[in-house]
Design a protein around this ligand. Structure first.
Ligand code: FA5
Ligand code: MG
Length: 391
């Protein structure tokens, strides 16, 4: 059973969220570049005939077959506070995920959410017991075919009825995590998610490993076998009792998970490059229909152009700043950036890094001249803005 009527959802529309003046300002801690602001509010997860929307619908279809009613949220504001995204989830102030090298800040207190877990606490506080929550999330990250600074997650939460947890009443820490009730929740969580994977992929090989999140304990990750390789598709766990306490639900216990919709869609539709989800190209969109999982037929693969750039780095060099600068200069034609060489000159005490940039357009051939011009502006920009010394 599933209901999509939501009382507490903010009165929102994709257009409101897309207004770039909400993200672009000259606050000293603002690090949202225009090419990221341009992605906000696109609402790919709410488009019935977009692969991300199709996967999401298929996931919801599975949850609707379960005995509990899951409320569905999909219109929360992607701008959240540090309280929502981190503090409510016990993510400590010095956690690397909070750092401006990993996260897009609008100002000191607000940011583009880095995960849909940012909405867990508000929905729990409003009294929701079982819910799903889907949305776009943003992270400064490496650049390759499976990493993009914006992607989509789907969160799921289930609180168990109080009477089923009565035996563990008031237990905390070790005592709680070693209780039969906590084990019951873990087992239900794993069964539910294995059932979801079978619903999406048919019987498929799965592997559970331990993971760590400050907001769940125990925590797990699930990998599935895809083309001979293990691919991480989700993180999950038993909700930490302090998270429930902070959300005014101290007497309840339950589980939560967060999965990556692009990862699942890439496997299901055989979409080879994560940038394709954001294209406006009709040759992409005409291939997908609501409710149908069909294999993507690549319409072209234009040749790549490779360029190397080597520089001496200052001590405070942040790799993600460099990756982002390349996307700022060249946009989505940056397909991949990889560190190919690194050495330290012991006399100078300086470190040199060499990166290989793969440029490739998904819809046309690139000329050497245009890439040289882009590479030149990138060289200039890294010297000026990152203080590196190009070799
Ligand atoms: C989280 O984001 C946790 N909030 C998940 C969670 C929710 C744990 C609730 C416990 C309870 P993680 O950073 O591992 O965890 O991301 C979850 C999933 O998002 C990954 O398994 C992966 O499928 C997807 N994902 C993460 N980073 C990227 C990326 N750069 N591009 C595409 N998908 C990504
Ligand atoms: Mg993970």
């Amino acid at each position: 059973a599933l209901s999509s009527t939501v009382e507490d959802a903010p009165p929102a529309s994709a257009e409101t969220y897309a207004d770039p003046s909400r993200y672009l300002n000259d606050h000293p801690s603002n690090n949202v570049p225009p090419h990221i602001a341009a992605l906000v509010g696109r609402g790919l997860h709410t488009r019935p005939d977009h692969p991300i929307g199709i996967v999401r619908a298929k996931i919801q279809e599975y949850f609707a077959t379960l005995p509990h009613e899951y409320v569905v949220y999909d219109a929360e504001d992607p701008i959240v506070t540090t309280t929502q995204c981190f503090d409510d989830l016990r993510i400590p102030p010095d956690h690397p995920g909070r750092s401006p090298s990993d996260t897009y800040y609008v100002n000191d207190e607000t940011l583009l959410r880095t995960h849909t877990s940012a909405h867990q606490s508000e929905h729990l506080r409003s009294g929701a017991d079982c819910f799903l929550c889907a949305g776009d999330v943003y992270r400064r990250d490496e650049i390759d075919s499976s990493h993009y600074p914006a992607f989509h997650q789907l969160e799921g939460v289930r609180l168990f009825p109080e009477e089923e947890m009565a035996g563990a009443d008031g237990l905390k820490g070790e005592e709680w995590t070693s209780s039969d009730e906590c084990a019951t929740i873990s087992v239900d969580l794993k069964n539910t998610l294995e059932g979801l994977m079978d619903h999406l992929f048919g019987e498929t090989e799965k592997k559970w490993s331990e993971d760590y999140f400050p907001f769940t304990t125990p925590s797990f990750e699930l990998e599935i076998k895809y083309e001979g390789e293990w691919l991480e598709v989700l993180g999950c766990g038993v909700i930490h009792e302090e998270v429930l306490q902070m959300a005014d639900r101290p007497d309840r216990r339950g589980w939560a998970f967060g999965l990556g919709l692009e990862r699942l869609a890439m496997i299901l539709f055989e979409i080879p490059d994560i940038r394709l989800f954001w294209t406006d190209d009709e040759r992409f969109h005409s291939q997908f229909k609501e409710g149908q999982i069909t294999k993507f037929k690549p319409y072209s693969k234009f040749p790549p152009v490779y360029k190397d750039i080597a520089f001496w780095i200052p001590e405070d060099f942040v790799e993600n700043d460099f990756f982002e600068m390349a996307r700022g200069v060249a946009g989505d034609i940056v397909e991949r950036m990889e560190l190919i060489d690194e050495f330290t000159n012991p006399k100078k005490g300086k470190t040199s890094k060499c990166y290989r940039i793969t440029y490739r357009s998904m819809d046309r051939s690139l000329t050497n001249e245009e890439i040289d011009a882009l590479q030149d502006s990138l060289r200039e920009k890294v010297e000026v803005d990152l203080g590196v010394e190009v070799r």
